[in-house]
Design a binder for this molecule. Structure first.
Ligand code: C5P
Length: 298
């Protein structure tokens, strides 16, 4: 990151919040191989940050704990693909841009870092280029970048169905005190899907009229992440990290997305902070982050 504060250094900045699958049910498979999912999704108050500046020529710079991991990855980098796709849609108005990505989230970790970065790029460049797309066109463009990108454009509590593109806001979802934990082993999403034993699992039943955290916790506790068993085969540390979170007092632990990040929900942010500090002391080489998720009312 440049010397000055992030917001002062860049004309336009965007947060790319970590995406957390509170539940993920695999309910079927489309003819093209993509899986049909029912997901209850929320977003954390931590994530990557992106900055955008007009420039003489396109440029892309990286910083942050996980910036190194992405260096040299220009062909597959979702930020650059999002820039190019939006520019194609805009045409002549899309002047060259310097994009800076502060990569604070682990890569390939089930909390949507790449998808959130792509979504933040779409939001940021629309502001920088002084243009907007109708919501439906933006969602369709986002979907071309990845199944999780449309929900990251929304970045608020929601239910996503289909392959992730049928989105419905969940305004009643409360904020949760959480610890995100990852053994820093990247997981291949296609490989996790390939290892699924069953693809026709029961859909997610969202009870109506839930109030307060306790009701939501019970409902989430009764739901599942169907990708957790196959991911545990690939990364045995997921079981270890889940037990560590439980040992520190988590009320509920589960894996997010295709892993390997697990989350623990705690009774308060004080408890979440204490747990993250203690866990970091035990395994300084792993990733532990205390965070409060945003509520549906925002
Ligand atoms: O859309 P995205 O690029 O994020 O997906 C990565 C891979 O995960 C896909 O190529 C596919 O193998 C798998 N996937 C799936 N069903 C989904 C989402 C992803 O099978 N709904």
């Amino acid at each position: 990151m440049p010397e000055k504060g992030f917001a002062e250094a860049f004309g336009v900045t965007e947060e790319a919040r970590a995406k957390i699958n509170l539940a993920l049910h695999v309910t079927g498979q489309r003819a093209d191989g993509y899986h049909l999912l029912d997901m209850l999704v929320t977003f954390a108050d931590c994530g990557d940050r992106l900055g955008f500046l007009p420039a003489k020529a396109d440029a892309f710079t990286l910083s942050g704990r996980f910036g190194e991991t992405l260096a040299g990855d220009s062909g597959t980098n979702l930020v650059l693909r999002a820039r190019d796709l939006l520019r194609e849609a805009v045409g002549v108005l899309a002047f060259p841009v310097h994009i800076h990505l502060e990569k604070n989230l682990p890569v390939a970790s089930g909390i949507g870092g790449g998808s959130a970065d792509a979504a933040a790029t779409l939001r940021g460049l629309m502001r920088l280029w002084g243009m907007s797309l109708p919501a439906e066109a933006l969602a369709a463009l986002a979907l071309r970048l990845g199944a999780d990108v449309p929900m990251c454009v929304e970045s608020r509590p929601l239910i996503a169905r289909g392959i992730g593109e049928q989105i419905e806001a969940v305004p009643d979802l409360p904020a949760f005190a959480m610890v995100l934990a990852n053994p820093l082993k990247g997981v291949s999403t296609p490989e996790v899907f390939r290892r699924l034993a069953t693809k026709n699992n029961p859909s997610l039943n969202l009870a109506s009229g839930l109030t307060g955290s306790a009701g939501w916790l019970a409902m989430i506790g009764a739901a599942r992440n169907d990708l957790e068993p196959p991911a545990r085969q690939l990364v045995p540390e997921i079981a270890v990290i889940s037990a560590m979170l439980q040992g520190r007092g988590a009320l509920l632990t589960r894996m997010s997305g295709s892993g390997a990040t697990c989350f623990g929900i705690f009774a308060s942010m004080v408890e979440a902070q204490e747990a993250a500090t203690a866990l970091h002391g035990t395994r300084p080489d792993w990733y532990f982050q205390a965070t409060e998720t945003i509520s549906g009312g925002m």
